[in-house]
Unconditional design. Structure first.
Ligand SMILES: Nc1nc2c(ncn2[C@@H]2O[C@H](COP(=O)(O)OP(=O)(O)OP(=O)(O)O)[C@@H](O)[C@H]2O)c(=O)[nH]1
Ligand SMILES: [Zn+2]
Length: 311
């Protein structure tokens, strides 16, 4: 009996990396299912599997280990089944830039909420730090002062000058990472510097959900030469919001969640209730206005009237 990590899935067979580094082609033995959700694919990249090796070197997958997390894409047909894109993601690296292009705070917040809901720790990587001049610096500082206190690790790098790429490498080392970020922030440039020759298909498929044919694109995991894995999956630079119940949304804003047990009402929405510890913290400037705005707009687009005025 061997154990391995699923690197690639083509629907019917799988490429699995054994613990000793060997890579073998595998087929599942019979029906393998984890009783989680209705899914179009029972085994996905990032899965840890048990397998038996045939004499001809082909593996027979006999079991799938329980997943610590997974990301899904809703299948485009009406079967309501989900397609699991990847499992057991140790961390997401969200690459953002303050300029060329400017990554919006609302975009970062939506990403972080989704990552929290998926239980994927996220590191915010500020790239193109070489472009930061005296006008950009305060903006960069303000971004970091929003996210660092909440607990998100922030890293300033430059693919152009090579600044802090060693730290980025350290973060990637020994982990399974998902690389995300808007188009043009430098994901490919960074990864090519860190691991030359690795050509990720990070390019986003525009309106992927509108184009059914793209759901047949399979994701893949690449091994880094210095140890660690990168999940390469098209269209996942910014994964969509998972279905989050409105009244659970505050769970995915760590700084709001932390305060929520101090609210007067146990079912406080943190939007209009008297005695709300969250609103109080927003008023006192202890919660970033932009974060609270994101909370309101994700909760309900009609919360306009509750929005605090930004200075
Ligand atoms: N000045 C500067 N330019 C950078 C840096 N990193 C990347 N770029 C440039 O930014 C542009 C976009 O970089 P890409 O690596 O293609 O960005 P991407 O995030 O992979 O973009 P998509 O493939 O569209 O998702 C390229 O022209 C890079 O040369 C950096 O640190 N500093
Ligand atoms: Zn409240």
């Amino acid at each position: 009996m061997e154990k391995g990590l699923v690197l690639k899935s083509t629907g019917s067979h799988y490429r699995v990396r054994l613990d000793d580094g060997r890579v073998v082609e595998c087929v599942p033995r019979g029906k393998l299912r984890l009783n989680e959700i209705k899914t179009t694919n029972p085994i996905t990249v990032g899965d840890w599997v048990s397998l038996e090796l045939n004499s001809n070197g082909v593996g027979l997958i006999t079991a799938i280990q329980e997943r610590k997390n997974y990301i899904i894409r809703k299948a485009t047909n009406l079967s309501r089944e989900a397609h699991i894109i990847a499992a057991n993601i140790d961390q997401a690296l969200l690459v953002v830039t303050i300029t060329q292009p400017e990554t919006q705070l609302a975009f970062i917040d939506r990403y972080l909420v989704t990552a929290e809901a998926y239980r994927i720790p996220t590191v915010i990587v500020f790239n193109k730090i070489d472009l930061v001049d005296s006008t950009i610096q305060p903006v960069l500082d303000s971004y970091i002062s929003i996210y660092e206190p909440i607990g998100y690790k922030c890293l300033k790098v430059s693919a152009k000058t090579g600044q802090n790429l060693d730290l980025l490498k350290q973060i990637l080392q020994g982990r399974v990472s998902l690389l995300s970020g808007n188009s043009g922030v430098g994901k490919s440039t960074l990864i090519n510097l860190i691991e030359p020759g690795l050509n990720l298909k990070t390019a986003e498929i525009s309106n992927a959900h509108l184009k059914g044919r793209h759901t047949t694109t399979f994701s893949e995991i690449f091994e880094l030469s210095f140890g660690g894995f990168i999940i390469d999956t098209p269209g996942i630079k910014s994964f969509g919001l998972v279905d989050i119940e409105k009244d659970e949304l505050y769970h995915f804003f760590p700084e709001i969640f932390k305060l929520s047990d101090k609210c007067k009402y146990y079912n406080c929405t943190h939007i209009h209730e008297p005695g709300c510890a969250v609103i109080e913290a927003v008023d006192k400037g202890e919660i970033a206005p932009s974060r609270y705005l994101s909370y309101l707009s994700i909760y309900d687009d009609e919360n306009e009237k509750y929005r605090p005025k930004l200075k």
